[in-house]
Design a protein around this ligand. Structure first.
Ligand SMILES: Cc1cc2nc3c(=O)[nH]c(=O)nc-3n(C[C@H](O)[C@H](O)[C@H](O)COP(=O)(O)OP(=O)(O)OC[C@H]3O[C@@H](n4cnc5c(N)ncnc54)[C@H](O)[C@@H]3O)c2cc1C
Length: 308
């Protein structure tokens, strides 16, 4: 690690570099072991230096948004975690809002509302960054982020910037063409339309209140644990509830008493507790109902059976 440290100093970025950074500080589950190297680039110029360097050094990279959809293992993440919160610029071009990957979703929606632009209200109140949410193709209240996406600018591992123009057929439920790619999302453009400021604000607040009422902000969690595309005829939460699993606990991980599809960290959970609980639920559902629920939460870092 010392040689890596020395080499890193030489690439001379203006952002910050930390070693053995606890990922629990950067995930909404509030669990996760250390990242070997945790870099917060201050902008695109830093990233253009870091990515080719990591490629030359053969170091894996993990792009980090707001950490709202990942379960990082207790062993942590090998290689580089690239915290994209420094890519936080937003610009308006008529009815097109362009935002850096690190912009918080709520700030994005507020910027649109300030300009009386409608289209993003559905996602207000969802924890996450623009980059992570485009990558995930986040979906709330029947609308996917891809529905209003116009283009995405990416940085490939060689440090080249490319622009992707949205094609409807590349997206589906919680799927985007960026999954499986080794590029980093830098900026995304959203096509909005003029609307009534009062109506926009009212709708935003309605969505945030609905989340509050459903208990989303009560305890550390990552929102829905399992995908909810109703492949099995009813919401995953209802299926889990029907098996009497609400309130079921393994270590410090608990199926929320208020929602069958949310697992909360009860204060002292390890990542392993949460994963064991996810797998227990899958087993129970499979044995009782004959199908396998697919996790929406992504396993990240070094697990005994795999490296994600
Ligand atoms: C209380 C709560 C409620 C939630 N409700 C919803 C909901 O209604 N709908 C929904 O869809 N989700 C929901 N979620 C999950 C989460 O908010 C979304 O998935 C969100 O889009 C994740 O964004 P993020 O920035 O936190 O991504 P992260 O969790 O940081 O990352 C997710 C994935 O994206 C990759 N990634 C992140 N940024 C980039 C980038 N710039 N370039 C390339 N790859 C990148 C990461 O490597 C990782 O693989 C909820 C979560 C919580 C805690």
């Amino acid at each position: 690690m010392n040689t890596v440290r020395k080499k890193l100093e030489k690439i001379n970025i203006s952002g910050s570099i930390c070693f053995d950074e606890p990922m629990a500080l950067h995930t909404t589950f509030r669990v996760g072991g250390p990242a070997d190297i945790f870099i917060t680039p201050s902008g695109i110029d830093d990233l253009k230096l870091i990515l080719p360097w990591a490629q030359r050094e053969n170091l894996p990279i993990f792009p980090l948004g707001a950490g709202a959809n990942i379960l990082v293992s207790d062993r942590g993440i090998r290689g580089l975690v690239i915290n994209l919160s420094g890519l936080n610029e937003m610009t308006l071009h008529g009815e097109v809002l362009v935002a850096g990957a690190g912009v918080e979703i709520n700030k994005l929606v507020e910027k649109a509302a300030d300009a009386s632009l409608s289209g993003l209200e559905f996602i207000y109140g969802m924890p996450g960054s623009v980059g992570g949410s485009v990558w995930m193709n986040a979906r709330c209240y029947g609308i996917s982020l891809s529905d209003i996406l116009k283009w995405v600018e990416n940085l490939d591992p060689d440090g080249r910037i490319t622009r992707y123009e949205k094609r409807e057929e590349d997206f589906s439920y919680k799927r985007s063409p960026f999954q499986g790619s080794r590029s980093i999302i830098l900026r995304s453009a959203f096509l909005l339309q003029k609307g009534s400021p009062e109506k926009i604000r009212k709708e935003m607040e309605a969505h945030r209140s609905d989340r509050k009422r459903k208990g989303h902000y009560l305890a550390p969690c990552a929102g829905s644990v399992f995908k909810n595309n109703r492949d099995f005829g009813e919401p995953s939460g209802k299926i889990i509830d029907s098996l009497g699993l609400k309130g079921y606990q393994i270590g410090g991980a608990r199926v929320a008493d208020f929602h069958g599809n949310i697992i909360i960290n009860n204060g002292n959970a390890q990542a392993a507790d949460i994963r064991n609980l996810i797998e227990f639920i899958q087993k129970e559902v499979f044995e009782n109902r004959g199908f396998m629920l697919e996790p929406e939460v992504l396993y990240a870092g070094e697990w005994l059976d795999q490296y994600c």
